[in-house]
Design a binder for this molecule. Structure first.
Ligand code: ADP
Ligand code: MG
Length: 595
């Protein structure tokens, strides 16, 4: 007897459905897309148990006739595509005519719908693809689809559903994306009967952002529309670099209004912010790429989540430069609007530097790191040219390596004021010292003294995160951090580099976990480099003089000399500027000596 069985159409459909529908959020996506295709202006979602128990989507779109409602759950039943040539000009989200059939085969589905012109509608009730009831009803025009007991008939698949929180988070992120791309549609979302999102129709993206996210996001949002280069239009916006997050949860990319995930696009986005974002911090951005249909293939993936561009580099470069341009123009405007420098306070004279060897910061007593002399030599002889960046071209003057200066004094125990040939140079003593120490640490890579902590830092973590960090124990060890599993879901940090001690260890560990969990596509070496940079930045921050530390003339001079020798001296490792130049020209203009 042969061993090949032909699956019944019903079984085959269940398997095929699994390909498109893996998780509740895939269902929500199909339902929202259908509602948008039906020209709905208000979409309401009711989610229970992260979508595992039930998902309901109500829209006020065109609705379906009785006949169409019956057809809609058949496979390859679509009103959106009649022949294959239509694909090129298609403007709708769906076209395979598979979604409703698939949803119906893996859940108990109820479909109620009524057309705007009709006096009554129809309600169909299915029990895993078999029609159990058909009723004539009267309801508001539009469509209402409810799914219950997802995968109740495929236990193997149900097992793979994640926790309520994880499934809910995926749904919520999706709804945020949908709501951003369609701000002309109102979205209302309930989870477990709680109102989670309520947006009204708007013509303005920034207003939509304010409806979905916190105010600080919308307030720092800089909209833009790039000119079309080679038929690419990049629009949407980004946040000013002062807006910084620990995660990338507020970065959304859309191609022809479809939400997509594309690693190369994210990288181009990051490059746009290079040198203005501190390591480990992320900006927000809502990026819409509009491009000819022939230039992009969204059908490589059955769920249409991935895109393949015909000319990816052109798009990546266009995105990167659009971001840079927007940041530059914003910076230029902010400088123009800046208040003129206030007259120097008389208190400055009181705090004029005096040589005071007692009150010195340990850094000046004995440089913590004696660099190999060849490095110092090569740094001294090398003409250091800072890379062009938004900072030094527009905002922060560079200290030229040949310039001489006179120390005017210390302001508010925070800034060092210098007279230079180009004007008044203000140095943030903490940021400057951080930049110096950070570079020294980087040059000495790894050779840091470590200490045993008297009181180990105990950090409790989620089970998943615990595994992640334990797997990185040997990398951390190389950086001077010793961690041990301390029972339950906790780790103990017992050894750290001397300059770090207990400082912000929790933050560091959480950051590492976040990077590892986020960046599936990075290799271990990349992580190692990132973690090391973060660690050095923290150590530099900890060891640097603080705002409020009084510095003697000698100390200021030492710091400035070191700063001059530092290659990346324009920003501290967190991306803050170290220096600010008030040029002669600006001074003269401020005092109306020159118009
Ligand atoms: P597709 O969207 O690929 O056409 P679906 O299975 O998602 O396939 O839907 C099948 C058909 O059912 C659609 O082409 C559309 O005509 C109809 N339909 C589905 N959802 C709605 C809705 N919310 N409002 C109106 N018509 C709908
Ligand atoms: Mg569809």
């Amino acid at each position: 007897m042969g061993i090949i069985n032909k699956l019944s159409p019903h079984e085959a459909q269940k398997i095929a459905a699994g390909e498109v529908i893996e998780r509740p959020y895939n269902i929500v996506k199909e339902l929202i897309e259908n509602a948008l295709d039906a020209k709905a202006t208000h979409i309401i979602l009711y989610i229970q148990d992260g979508g595992k128990q039930s998902i309901r989507c109500v829209d006020n779109g065109v609705g379906m006739s009785e006949e169409d409602a019956r057809l809609s759950i058949e496979r390859h039943a679509t009103s959106k595509l009649a022949k294959i040539e239509d694909l090129d000009t298609l403007q709708t989200f769906g076209f395979r005519g598979e979604a409703l059939a698939s949803l119906c085969s893996v859940s108990n589905l109820t479909l109620a719908t009524q057309m705007h012109t009709a006096s009554h509608g129809i309600q169909l009730t299915f029990d895993y693809a078999s029609l159990v009831r058909e009723e004539i009803i009267s309801r508001a025009p539009g469509t209402d689809i409810t799914l219950n007991n997802l995968f109740g008939n495929i236990p193997a698949r149900k097992k793979f559903l994640k926790t309520r929180e994880t499934e809910w988070r995926a749904i919520y992120t999706l709804v945020q994306a949908m709501a951003l791309a369609h701000h002309d549609v109102a979205f209302t979302v309930y989870h477990e009967k709680q109102l989670m999102l309520n947006t009204h129709q708007t013509t303005d993206l920034t207003e939509r952002i304010a409806q979905i996210f916190d105010r600080s996001f919308s307030e720092q949002f800089l909209e833009f529309t790039s000119g079309t280069t080679k038929d690419i239009l990049i629009s949407g916006g980004i946040t000013h670099y002062q807006y910084q997050r620990y995660d990338r949860n507020q970065q959304f990319f859309f191609v022809n209004k479809r939400w997509v995930k594309n690693y190369k696009l994210s990288q181009a986005f990051n490059r746009g912010f290079q040198r203005v974002m501190p390591p480990g911090k992320h900006p927000a951005g809502i990026i819409f790429i509009t491009i000819a249909q022939q230039e992009v293939d969204v059908n490589v993936h059955p769920r249409k989540e991935e895109v393949v561009f015909l000319h990816p580099r052109i798009i990546e470069n266009a995105l990167e430069s659009a971001i840079q341009k927007r940041l530059e123009s914003e910076t230029a405007t902010r400088i123009q609007q800046m208040e003129p420098l206030k007259p120097l306070q008389p208190t400055l004279a009181d705090s004029l530097p005096t040589y005071n060897s007692q009150a010195r910061h340990p850094f000046f007593e004995q440089p913590p790191f004696v660099q190999p002399s060849n490095i110092i030599q090569s740094m001294a002889t090398q003409q250091i040219i800072a890379e062009p960046s938004i900072h030094n071209s527009l905002v922060f003057s560079q200290i030229e390596s040949t310039v001489s200066y006179t120390i005017v004094g210390q302001l508010s125990k925070t800034y060092i004021l210098l007279e230079t040939s180009s004007g008044l140079l203000i140095v943030d003593q903490h940021a400057a010292h951080e930049a110096v120490l950070y570079e020294q640490l980087t040059l000495r890579a790894g050779a840091t003294e470590r200490i045993q902590l008297l009181f180990p830092e105990i950090i409790s973590l989620q089970a998943e995160s615990l595994h992640t960090i334990i797997a990185f124990a040997s990398e951390l060890e190389q950086l001077g951090i010793h961690i041990e599993h301390a029972g339950d879901n906790t780790v103990a940090v017992t050894q750290t580099p001397l300059m770090l001690k207990n400082y912000a260890l929790k933050d560091l560990i959480h950051d590492i976990i976040l990077w590892v969990e986020e960046g599936g596509s990075f290799d271990r070496q990349t992580w190692h480099t990132k973690i090391r940079k973060k660690l050095y930045a923290m150590m530099a921050c900890k060891a640097a003089v603080k705002a409020g530390d009084e510095l003697s003339a000698f100390e200021m001079d030492e710091l400035l000399k070191s700063l001059y020798k530092t290659e990346h001296r324009l920003t501290c490792p967190h991306g803050r500027p170290t220096t600010w130049l008030m040029s002669h020209y600006e001074l003269e203009r401020t005092f109306k000596r020159k118009i």
